[in-house]
Design a protein around this ligand. Structure first.
Ligand code: ATP
Length: 298
């Protein structure tokens, strides 16, 4: 193996997101069904002869020091395994930042996968998951992606069979939402419709796009829609343009629409592009093979 490694970091959407309560550690207890889509950042890892971790990225406003989740993932793995080598990481961002798509978490997960290979550490997915959970709640899911049920503060992952490759249109209005603010303002009694996780699991088992669409639900819409009514308007607009179902992802502000046919997805995509910039056409993608995550070199 050479000393350069490349990884894709894929975005996620929430097919369901329910808040079950507040925990003693201050986090909310959640229950969510997560799905990877094929919108991705590209990361390139190059060994350094010294022990430094250096980062460059195409987004000038992203921090390149320990505030970057990629830096944290690399430093954690280096210190945990006593690696005496550094790395230079080039991040090409395509996933919108602070959008509810877990871009930063996915970059961190890609970093754990890549450096496990580049540094020939041979850590198992379980070990990487434990490290990942200390970086962020979404990192364990992002390690393997696909379709999964996430519980706890989101870090406990139960993989589900890969769903069909459903078409998705993502649209991010030009505003940023802080996940912490959204959770802080969450009030159970303001939720109008809760997702039924059991019914979504059943719809996924049958792999029927229309049924999956009917079961979409995210209790955080009650908070973000109240803060930013344009997010609610965007969701209504997607439905008017012919999406079979639409939902806000995570704490927002990205809204996604599902379509069972490519031409329907394209119609929604083209209609939205008329008046907003961040619109993406993508599809569901499956889980990364365990052997690929913890690739051993012997
Ligand atoms: P989630 O859905 O998990 O809440 P998000 O998609 O809303 O995540 P991110 O794009 O992960 O949010 O970024 C949130 C914050 O993390 C930003 O303020 C950003 O500065 C910081 N951050 C740190 N590292 C990264 C990274 N590699 N990519 C994007 N953001 C990063």
């Amino acid at each position: 193996l050479g000393d350069v490694w490349e990884e894709y970091a894929r975005a996620k959407i929430n097919l369901t997101l329910d808040v079950l309560g507040l925990r003693e550690d201050g986090y909310h207890e959640v229950e969510m069904i997560m799905q990877t889509v094929d919108l991705c950042d590209r990361l390139k890892f190059r060994s350094r002869s010294d022990e430094q971790i250096t980062i460059q990225t195409n987004l000038p406003y992203l921090p390149v020091d320990e505030r970057n989740l990629v830096y944290r993932a690399a430093a954690l793995l280096r210190d945990h395994c006593g690696v005496k080598q550094g790395v230079h990481i080039d991040i090409v961002k395509h996933i919108p930042v602070a959008a509810g798509l877990a871009g930063g978490s996915s970059d961190a997960a890609a970093t754990l996968r890549a450096l496990n290979g580049l540094w020939q550490l041979g850590l198992s997915v379980t070990e990487l998951t434990l490290l990942g959970a200390s970086i962020g709640s979404d990192v364990p899911f992002c390690l393997r992606g696909g379709t999964a049920l996430a519980t706890g503060r989101g870090e406990r992952i139960q993989p589900l069979p890969d769903a069909l490759s459903i078409w998705v249109v993502l649209a991010k209005p030009p505003l940023s939402v802080s996940t912490a603010d959204v959770y802080r303002n969450y009030r159970n009694e303001l939720v109008q419709r809760r997702p039924d996780t059991g019914r979504m699991l059943h719809a996924l088992q049958l792999n029927k796009t229309k049924m999956i669409g009917r079961e979409l639900g995210n209790v955080l819409e009650s908070v973000t829609f109240a803060m930013h009514p344009e997010v609610a308007r965007l969701k209504r607009r997607m439905l008017r343009f012919g999406a079979s179902a639409a939902l806000m992802s995570g704490s927002g502000p990205t809204v996604f629409a599902l379509a069972d046919r490519e031409h329907r997805a394209r119609r929604v995509y083209n209609s939205l592009r008329g008046y907003m910039q961040s619109v993406y056409l993508c599809r569901f993608v499956g889980r990364i093979d365990e052997a690929t995550v913890c690739l051993r070199t012997e």
